[in-house]
Design a protein around this ligand. Structure first.
Ligand code: NDP
Length: 316
């Protein structure tokens, strides 16, 4: 394990943390990043680009090599990485990894602001905030909405939630990671919820594209052949989202524009096209199943937006 180039920062007794915080300048350009997967490496690189002193630690030490070559400080262990800075960015696979990494560091957590940009559930985020508080640390939940290529970009956005004061202090640093920061309130779970809202749409949307590519392939077409049509289809969606969002919030599922009966016939055509082409039918079959469920619940003459009520679980 390479040695840190700098000694750990001096430790402060817990009762002096408040006065120390009051002296902590929001423009102090020094940060610790724990976790150097593709995301953590991009974050550390963006901070280095902006002239930050960046202390890094990663379970697999060699992932820090490129960053160290660019001037990052590699801590010998987690406690040393925590001691180096007040603001500690976590970019780990999930919160279980966070406990594995931070539990052994024990007392070194006191006084730190943990900006947790690892993804997990809202409940995990709330539990982590309690866990951090018990150790004298502040937990800010983050939900990054972009891949590594979006890190450091001015238009990229990250959701945050947790203590507003801690967020305000960290904000200038967080805006290096993604130009836009959206604090969604004090509940540590909210940023994780917003992240998951994006993820359920992202994974299912991308899976729908893989499905279309599979169908295209079975019919002698490449992904590139259908790309313009796929992009046009995706571009049409924002209009649908806005139209139905307003109606859903108003409790309006009237079938004046579309009817679930029509939608069911359509998704059955999709299913049969896949079956006829010898393509895996699990995804279109699941869609047909949901539509038929809506029909059985008496929504044939309503819009297919009525499926929201079934999905919410307020209808059988
Ligand atoms: P990875 O899973 O590729 O890497 C995350 C890091 O977690 C690695 O440094 C890995 O260490 C470390 N890690 C995992 N388990 C443990 C453990 N038990 N103990 C110690 N360290 C551990 O994730 P990404 O970098 O791709 O993403 C980081 C987070 O950001 C994830 O929560 C992800 O969901 C989220 N995210 C990712 C996006 C993306 O496009 N990649 C986009 C938006 C959010 P080691 O190197 O030793 O394996």
């Amino acid at each position: 394990m390479p040695l840190s180039r700098f000694p750990p920062a001096p430790r402060f007794p817990a009762d002096s943390l408040a006065s120390r915080r009051s002296h902590m300048s929001s423009d102090k350009r020094s940060i610790t990043v724990l976790g150097l997967g593709p995301m953590g490496r991009a974050m550390a690189a963006a901070l280095l680009d902006r002239g930050y002193t960046v202390t890094v630690w990663n379970r697999t030490a060699s992932r820090a090599d490129e960053l160290v070559a660019r001037g990052a400080v590699q801590a010998a262990d987690v406690a040393e990485a925590l001691a180096a800075n007040d603001v500690v960015v976590l970019s780990l696979t999930d919160y279980a990894a966070m406990y594995e990494v931070l539990e052994p560091a024990g007392a070194a957590l006191a006084g730190r602001t943990l900006v947790n940009l690892s993804s997990d559930t809202p409940e995990q985020a709330r539990a982590a905030a309690r866990w951090a508080a018990e150790r004298g640390a502040v937990h800010l939940t983050g939900g990054v909405t972009v891949p590594p290529s979006g890190i450091g970009q001015p238009d990229s956005v990250t959701f945050y939630s947790g203590p507003r004061a801690a967020f305000d202090t960290c904000r200038p640093h967080l805006e290096v990671i993604t130009g836009r920061t959206d604090h969604r309130g004090e509940d540590p779970g909210t940023a994780a919820l917003f992240y998951q809202l994006g993820m359920v749409m992202f994974w299912t949307s991308m899976l729908s594209f893989w499905q279309a590519v599979a169908l295209a392939r079975a019919n002698g077409l490449k992904a590139a052949d259908i790309l313009p049509h796929a992009v046009d289809t995706a571009r049409s969606l924002p209009g649908f989202l806005a139209f139905y969002a307003e109606r859903i919030d108003a409790g309006d599922h009237s079938g004046d524009v579309d009817r679930l009966a029509m939608g069911t016939a359509s998704v059955e055509h999709v299913l049969h096209t896949h079956a006829d082409s010898g393509v895996d039918t699990r995804l279109p079959a699941a869609v047909v199943d949901l539509f038929r469920h809506g029909m059985a619940a008496g929504h044939a003459a309503d819009s297919f937006s009525s499926l929201v009520e079934l999905l919410t679980g307020t209808e059988a």
